[in-house]
Design a binder for this molecule. Structure first.
Ligand code: ARG
Length: 263
């Protein structure tokens, strides 16, 4: 995670951002700290990267790369406003013993890449290029399933799909998603691959309910996504709601603030 010391909305690169709708920075810090404490209380380790001044979106650590095992595929941001973050995350990963494959194609890390079982689900349409999907598959030696995002409100894959179970335990891989975020053929792909997935309502997707982090049992998710939480509970998960309302002003929530170091 990246401390939100410099987090604010000073530019608009997605429909959620409005420079006229200022962030309450004190509140943002508190909300972020509650998220960090939530992970710690669930028994997870949380490493921190130092935020760079002038990079208000660096708090969205998910975008800094995709890490599987000791290898990482680095990020190459779509917009100049965030370009400096790519190198900062790559340096952190290198310093912590990861082998970083430097990207030549535009991609925003776990914003558009979700590790699931032996494969990677990859989003394209707004930020990450299709060429980056191929590059990531090669860098991490995993098959990639490309999915096309068509609704600008859901500009990253991690606001359209939540990985509930990564399929590495005894249970099969499991996801929740909002079908309306995807093109017709990608909806078909998701239906075929995950016939039992939880389908999230537009209302819950619009509070960024799918921007969640799961350890296979506990699902840390935005507290406003109440119907999704009920569905999760019915399926045997324990929803752990947190309020990251200040970050929603920038188009992010739980998952965006979290880069997972997948084994
Ligand atoms: N303001 C950031 C942007 O538009 C939000 C990034 C959210 N991150 C994510 N993983 N969806 O780039």
């Amino acid at each position: 995670m990246c401390t939100p010391s410099h987090f604010e909305v000073t530019y608009a690169i997605n429909p959620w951002m409005d420079v006229e709708n200022p962030v309450d920075t004190a509140r943002a810090r508190l909300q972020w700290e509650v998220l960090r404490q939530t992970y710690l209380s669930l028994g997870h380790r949380v490493d921190l990267i130092d935020p760079l001044p002038g990079q208000p979106d660096m708090v969205f650590a998910a975008n800094g790369g995709l890490v599987i095992g000791r290898r990482a595929y680095g990020a190459k941001f779509r917009f100049a406003e965030r370009a400096a973050e790519g190198g900062a995350y790559a340096s952190w990963l290198t310093e912590h013993g990861y082998e970083v494959v430097e990207p030549s194609r535009t991609n925003e890390g776990e914003g558009d890449f979700l590790a699931l079982g032996s494969m990677i689900l990859a989003g394209t349409g707004f930020r990450t290029s299709l060429e980056a999907h191929i590059e990531a598959a090669d860098a991490l030696d995993r098959p990639v399933v490309s999915l096309e995002l068509v609704d600008p409100r859901f500009y990253h894959l991690d606001v359209a799909i939540a990985v509930l179970d990564d399929g590495h335990g005894s249970a099969p891989a499991d996801i929740a998603y909002y079908p309306g975020a995807f093109s017709r053929h990608s909806q078909r792909t998701l239906r075929d691959l995950f016939p039992d997935a939880i389908l999230c309502s537009e209302a819950d997707a619009l509070v960024l309910g799918l921007n969640a982090v799961s350890d296979g049992r506990h699902v840390v998710l935005p507290s406003a996504a109440t119907a999704l939480a009920t569905d999760l509970r019915q399926r045997g998960y324990t929803p752990v709601p947190v309020d990251l309302g200040e970050f929603v002003k920038s188009g992010g929530s739980v998952k965006c603030c979290t880069m997972e170091l997948h084994r």
